[in-house]
Design a protein around this ligand. Structure first.
Ligand code: F0G
Length: 456
């Protein structure tokens, strides 16, 4: 049998630049040890996010040239709407500028003060849009997701018993259940078809509706095909249709699985939701046939959705994440297992065992990896968790991870080798890293974006 290779070849390249350790020491200091404050040209391999950072295909670029920029009724809107309806089964489609725009529009219609929105782990902006309306996001993810070394196929699942407990106790305060596929916060881990089916049955029992936060739905479908019994012979598009048949609505950040640099949408079959969201869309995003997107971007989105719901494209992508995971296995570096769809999440406290939690191990590891090789990852841990709104104490009860998000179709496996080798160098000198970071200044909410740090 022949070895595995990418399902595409490269037509356009973008040079990237290495730097010296001395330069990076200086730049990191100037950035107050916060990788968000670095200018991107000071980064060699950028793993900050897989959002909006993918490489579009020649077909997507070609589609951009024939974008229709009409204010109302642009053909580009219908291209996009047709692709969304064909892939998801949802008839009503509202474009938004990105995922959080979709959340803002939809939640403005659905959430009121005191409501409870249960689901698997909510993404930060989703949680933010719930909490800013003085409602509560209740994370009902299975407990197994917190054990990074446990290897089970669907670590993104919701715990049906936890979910039912919320519905039983506070059902009248629940406007919807939200399922994030894949579950970004738990490590890009997938949700099984069975779990989606059971969630829908439970929702029906309590007269509730289900929303899928769909940023990485196609990657989720890949895992269903490759890991869940009964789906090996189904196409990704068939699997997607079935996934969405267990929901009433979706919010989408198209910057991930539609492989565009900017864009998003809401799609649903619930006419009342659509009618209400239309009004908010016009106020917040733009008219209902563009919602903050250019015609050309809607065209690219339509093509991207189609391409990325093909098995070969997903296989190329997810095998690359797996490749990096296997390298880390060789070196014994602990991460959230098994490898997820879009990123590797290194278990930082298991690496930097001498850095106390008060000094932010994952952030310290992010800084060390940048200093080592100019690689930019992102802390998904104690800094990002913010302080408890009432006690103002740091929240140390979750995981403290360094996320290495892999942009789609951007880096080669040679880059993965560099990432793994750089991380190994840090890992090899982990015993000598005894001091972490101290906060100099922080914002009240979403502090990780702007926090100023110094060495402890
Ligand atoms: N939902 C999920 C699961 C996400 O991962 C994101 C964004 C959003 C919603 C919001 O979408 O950025 O288009 O407004 N995640 C990015 C990340 C930013 O780096 O994980 P957006």
């Amino acid at each position: 049998e022949l070895p595995f290779a990418e399902s595409w070849k490269i037509k356009m390249i973008e040079p990237i630049r290495k730097s010296t350790r001395q330069e990076r020491e200086q730049w990191m200091k100037e950035a107050h040890y916060n990788v968000f404050q670095l200018s991107a040209d000071r980064v060699y391999i950028d793993l900050l996010t897989d959002s909006g950072t993918g490489a579009m295909s020649d077909r997507q670029w070609a589609a951009m040239m024939v974008g229709d920029e009409s204010y109302a009724g642009a053909s580009s809107f219908y291209q996009m709407k047709d692709a969304v309806t064909r892939i998801t089964g949802f008839e009503y489609v509202l474009p938004t500028h990105q995922g959080r725009g979709a959340e803002n529009v939809l939640f403005s219609c659905l959430i009121k003060e005191g409501d409870i929105c249960p689901g698997n782990s909510h993404f930060d902006t989703t949680k933010g849009h719930i909490e800013m309306r003085k409602a509560f996001a209740v994370d009902c993810t299975i407990d197994e997701a917190k054990n990074t070394q446990l290897e089970i196929p669907f670590k993104g699942n919701v715990d049906i018993n936890k979910l039912e407990a919320v519905l039983k106790k506070d059902g009248d305060r629940v406007p919807f259940i939200i399922m994030t596929c894949t579950n970004n916060t738990s490590g890009g881990q997938p949700v099984s078809m069975r779990n989606l089916r059971e969630t829908k049955a439970l929702a029906d029992k309590y007269g509730k509706k289900v929303i899928i936060d769909s940023a990485r739905f196609a990657e989720n479908a890949y895992f269903i095909k490759t890991r869940e019994e009964g789906y090996a012979d189904k196409s990704i598009k068939e699997i997607c249709r079935e996934m969405f048949s267990y929901a009433h609505c979706m919010t989408m950040s198209a910057k991930k699985d539609a492989i565009v640099n900017m864009g998003g949408f809401i799609a649903t079959n619930v006419q009342e939701w659509y009618d209400a969201a239309k009004v908010k869309n016009i106020i917040f995003e733009g008219y209902i046939t563009y919602g903050g997107m250019s015609g050309r971007d809607m065209n690219a989105l339509a093509v991207g959705l189609d391409e990325n719901t093909e098995f070969e494209n997903l296989e190329t992508r997810i095998k690359q994440v797996e490749y990096l995971g296997k390298k880390l296995d060789e070196y014994g570096i602990p991460y959230q297992r098994p490898t997820g769809g879009h990123a590797i999440f290194v278990d930082a406290p298991k690496v930097l065992t001498h850095v106390p939690k008060e000094q932010f191990p994952a952030q310290t590891l992010a800084v060390e990896l940048y200093l080592e090789a100019g690689i930019r990852g992102c802390e998904i841990g104690y800094l990002l968790a913010d302080r408890d709104p009432i006690t103002r104490q740091n929240r140390f009860n979750g995981l403290d991870l360094l996320r290495l998000a892999i942009p789609r179709r951007v880096y080669t496996n040679n880059h993965m080798d560099v990432i793994a080798a750089a991380l190994k160098n840090v890992f090899d000198r982990r015993e000598s890293i005894t001091k972490g970071m101290e906060i100099e200044w922080e914002a009240e909410l979403m502090r990780h974006f702007t926090v100023k740090l110094k060495r402890a």
